[in-house]
Design a binder for this molecule. Structure first.
Ligand SMILES: [Zn+2]
Length: 334
């Protein structure tokens, strides 16, 4: 469920850096109780804290994610991608005011605001939430206080209004000041700063709140957490996610892009159609192998032990999702 956990470890460099704040293995062990994870926690990533459990996992995760450097990448004359403390933010800047997608974690608000101010002096007009997870919505209230409206799918407002427990982290219902001010169900179109922006609902994939944001003139698309570039994705089964939904989302996204489209994933570096195709193919291969064994009556423990992802693990298993955990989620959502 949690996007933040992932984003913390989206690259090997980040993973090696992430040895200070949180015992991720302990969090996962709580979320996936039992012996299954006995060998799945990544001891090499947490050499100083095997077995340690933070007192407040959410605060620890915010601190850890917030320590990730914020990097800026220009995508077009009006679009800028910000990466680091909780996935990828995209800013559409111009005289109509800034339109921002996703918001990082709370504790980097000052740094994010400073970076947004550096992009241009237009006010922040609108924040768009790609889905409900906290590493994408954590600064909703700060954006509201800065004068922005918030647009999201109606399910994002619903999920943010509920309490959730995810990977050991507890999320109380969000206050009204942090909820979307406008929602949509299927699609939403808007024009701003010379761009045609199309928002579309993605049937349940990573969660049941996912949307894409397409910038038609610049040929850029943000896919939220339906796309983890170069690593196994997290799938939040607790709020509607499933492996088949993730595959359907990837196929749908491939139908929205061409060879020149700049694709912004929820986590990981800027991408393109070729990389999105490889991601889809990995998901399909793993799904098919796990489905075959599950249909044959194998238990989740047996399927995990058979290591159906082995050929991909050296690269795809280096993000937050450890191979055994990913296989477990795939199995459980089939
Ligand atoms: Zn997420």
């Amino acid at each position: 469920m949690d996007p933040m956990l992932f984003s913390r470890l989206t690259t090997r460099r980040e993973m090696l850096r992430a040895t200070s704040a949180v015992a991720g293995g302990a969090l996962l062990a709580r979320f996936f109780p039992g012996t299954l994870l006995a060998g799945a926690a990544r001891p090499m990533a947490y050499p100083q804290q095997a077995g340690a459990a933070p007192a407040d996992p959410l605060a620890a995760m915010r601190a850890q994610m917030g320590a990730t450097p914020l990097e800026t990448l220009k995508l077009s004359d009006t679009l800028t991608m910000l990466s680091g403390p909780g996935g990828n933010v995209v800013v559409l800047n111009g005289p109509d005011g800034k339109v921002v997608v996703d918001s990082f974690v709370q504790n980097v608000w000052a740094k994010l605001k400073q970076t947004l101010d550096g992009v241009g002096n237009a006010p922040i007009r609108l924040l768009i939430d790609t889905h409900w997870h906290f590493d994408h919505t954590d600064n909703n209230a700060n954006f509201r206080a800065a004068g922005a409206q918030i647009l999201a799918h109606e399910n994002t407002k619903k999920r943010l209004s509920e309490p959730h427990d995810l990977l050991g982290m507890h999320f109380p219902p969000s206050p009204a000041s942090a909820l979307p001010t406008q929602t949509f169900t299927a699609t939403h179109r808007m024009q701003a700063n010379g761009e045609n922006v199309v928002l579309g609902y993605i049937p349940p994939a990573h969660t049941d709140t996912d949307i894409y944001i397409q910038y038609q003139r610049a040929n850029v698309i943000h896919l939220g957490d339906t796309y983890f570039n170069g690593m196994y994705p997290f799938i939040d089964a607790g709020t509607g996610g499933s492996i088949n939904g993730m595959i359907a989302a990837a196929n749908r996204s491939l139908g929205l892009v061409d060879a020149n489209t700049k694709i912004v994933p929820g986590h990981g570096p800027l991408s393109d159609r070729a990389a999105l195709t490889r991601y889809r193919d990995v998901l399909v291969t793993v799904r098919d192998r796990v489905q075959r064994e599950k249909t044959a009556g194998k238990s989740v423990q047996e399927v995990v032990a058979a290591k159906p992802t082995a050929e991909f693990d050296a690269t795809w298993g280096m993000g937050f999702m450890q191979p055994d955990v990913f296989v477990t989620i795939v199995y459980n959502t089939l």
